[in-house]
Design a protein around this ligand. Structure first.
Ligand code: E4P
Length: 224
């Protein structure tokens, strides 16, 4: 399962890359707004740092023509292998097909329902991003919805992969990992929570204390 960082703060991305074997970065207009700098300046820094790892960048136009112009500019600035995130709307479906016909990579985004996923898959999207927590907040069941989406993809042999998005806790990511979803994009907060565990910290400290009482304070296996 690919894990992407759902954030555009370059320092935060660098810190996470130093620790976790992550696979890339996703952004959306809200995430770019939080970064608070000119979008292409931030995105170019991210691209330079992550190299050929996956980078997903969203279009905001309200017509297919404008969205296609945005896709062309994103490709020019950030590389033609950059995933263009396109909202899964009637206009967006036209854009997805045009980008795929031109050989580009597409992430269908803003997916709340299995039938949106179905049409994104038929339009040839490489990834489809269902919004797990936002579905929960609409009194739906985000995990169950994504499982239905994964079943649709598998039962029809679509090449589209799930890129789970909008996570607010570790359990949501874990449930999609267990179900075999191909990718998830996770905020730095939730990523850090995945390995934060007081029991583990205490267990490791007890081992260290025992070693020090055996070999001397501050000693390690390197200097005894
Ligand atoms: C992907 O980048 C999505 O846009 C993002 O995960 C949405 O997350 P949110 O529901 O926390 O805004």
């Amino acid at each position: 399962m690919k894990i992407l960082i759902d954030d555009a703060n370059i320092e935060s991305i660098k810190e996470l890359y130093a620790v976790y074997p992550v696979d890339g970065v996703t952004t959306n207009p809200t995430i770019l707004k939080k970064a608070g700098r000119p979008p292409y300046e931030v995105l170019k820094e991210i691209r330079a740092f992550i190299g050929y790892n996956d980078l997903h960048v969203q279009v905001v136009g309200d017509t297919p023509d404008i969205m296609l112009q945005e896709a062309a500019r994103i490709h020019k600035e950030l590389g033609s292998y950059t995933f263009i995130k396109v909202p899964t709307t009637p206009e967006g479906l036209q854009v997805m097909r045009a980008i795929k016909n031109a050989g580009g990579r597409v992430t269908a985004t803003a997916i709340y329902t299995p039938m949106q996923l179905f049409w994104a898959a038929k339009a040839g999207a490489d990834y489809a991003a269902p919004y797990v927590n936002r579905i929960d907040n609409l009194s739906g069941n985000g995990i169950a919805s994504v499982q239905t989406m994964q079943d649709i993809l598998e039962n029809h042999g679509f090449m589209t992969k799930i890129l789970g998005a909008s996570f607010k806790n570790v359990q949501q990511v874990q449930a999609l990992a267990a179900y075999g979803c191909a990718a998830a994009t996770v905020s730095p907060d939730v990523l850090h929570q995945m390995l934060k565990n007081d029991s583990v910290t205490l267990a490791v400290q007890a081992f260290v204390d025992d070693f020090h009482s055996l070999a001397g304070e501050g000693r390690s296996m390197a200097d005894i």
